[in-house]
Design a protein around this ligand. Structure first.
Ligand code: SF4
Length: 115
């Protein structure tokens, strides 16, 4: 049987990874679809110098399963992590979400250092 490859890239594909939304749900119980897109969490992150994404965008990239979020500077920023705690109007624990995404990034061999 022919080995499956990424379209056009010629790389062998491994086992299908779970979506980032499901990873977060399994690790934290937080369903990212509860986000009401109010932007409060992004506004709570006052100092954005050196960061590439607002907190709301971090969550939305996870919802659409965009692996780019796993190497974003915002995900790995302790300043963003501090701002994320208790910052959600919909009751999401964004700090727990960020930590779950960091853990998933490490498992996939991705960190901010590889950017
Ligand atoms: S504060 Fe909560 S509901 Fe509002 S955008 Fe951020 S994650 Fe979504």
């Amino acid at each position: 049987m022919a080995e499956m490859t990424d379209a056009g890239a010629g790389r062998p594909t491994g086992p299908r990874l779970p979506s980032l939304r499901m990873v977060v749900l399994a690790a934290t119980g937080q369903d990212l679809r509860r986000c009401s897109h109010c932007s409060f969490c992004s506004d709570a992150l006052k100092e954005t110098a050196g960061l590439d994404l607002g907190l709301e965008m971090v969550l939305q990239l996870a919802v659409i399963n965009d692996e780019e979020v796993l190497t974003s500077r915002t995900l790995w920023s302790d300043r963003a992590l501090d701002a994320a705690r208790h910052a959600c109007t919909s009751g999401l624990d964004i700090g727990a979400v960020l930590l779950a995404l960091r853990d998933e990034a490490r498992q996939r061999g991705l960190t901010e250092e590889v950017k």
